[in-house]
Write a protein that binds this ligand. Sequence first.
Ligand code: ADP
Ligand code: MG
Length: 351
Amino acid sequence: MQSRSRNPRPDPGSLPMRLTSALLGLLVILVSSCELRKERMFRRSEFLMDTIVTITVVSGSKGKADEAIGKAFGELERLEGLLDFFSPASEISEINREASAAPVRVSQETFDLLERALEVSEKTDGAFDITVGAVVSLYDFQGKKSPPAGLIRERLPLVDYRNVILDRETMTVKLAREGMLIDPGGITKGYAADRAVEVLRSEGIRAALVAVAGDIRGYGSKPDGSPWRIGIRDPRGKGREDVIATVELKDMAISTSGDYERFFIQDGKRIHHLIDPRTGYPARGVISATVLAPLAVYTDSLATALFISGVERGLEIAETLGFDALIIDDEGGYHMTESLRGRVEFTKGAV
Ligand code: ADP
Ligand code: MG
């Protein structure tokens, strides 16, 4: 104050004036870099894990977005190598080849995932059961052939999650019966979506949507501040874009299991890939089951479990676990958990 009153008209070369113009210059740079950094959505799809994976990230920089997306896809490739049922080099194949003879030591990651799978089996009275592999592998969806009844009957005793023995001390997996096959296909896609999200977060991405086919996890919001919106497919509709409803996805995961994903028609019956572990046949009564929960590893496995469990028991399981669910029965009727009501916007046939 004092210096100002002594020097009312500062000359342009004075320190305060130089500071002011420097600050103004800085402001111009900041404003223009904000313009440059305007957030946008960057999206890439790849064929991985036997399906189409789409990763969308929100970022102010294309370079940063590309790098983060690349690393997330790298993580999915790594998981495919670890968990693929069909690849002889995966840990799952090693278990399937050797674990009925002697315990097989696996990575902590595979061990943890198997433990989760068994936890879901316990919570769903075995409706979700990764040991369905012994029966699922009998169905030929490409050749449109289902196995003879005798063979299903023969293999059915090999389906029981309680015969997977995990020992955390030694990090080993043992299969109690010879011929058992672990098929983690009903939980790996959700787990992969979770892992991709972790990678994107650690790359500094503030919002993203990872869709491993129907197993989707999102966090943050779109560049305009609005939440991610996910469509729930019409199970008898014209294709992927034909939806019956949409739901907001705020820091959540969503999965749908449907009888339209992999199927063929035989003698007028739809033979699909969601097998009831109690019978060895495709589950009947439900045509689509959707679950919402914080982690995709749970939504993926539970969507399968709810599909198998049927409307009544399915909703009961979801309510008990505190997750939301929407189940469509084989007459096209919609059924949902109480807390989901009002959060789903139906585009076809209201409830
Ligand atoms: P999608 O593969 O269409 O997303 P899911 O996530 O529900 O469907 O997983 C279906 C896959 O899970 C099947 O292809 C099969 O490998 C396996 N599977 C089938 N029935 C069961 C079951 N009852 N419990 C666990 N896994 C199952
Ligand atoms: Mg699933």
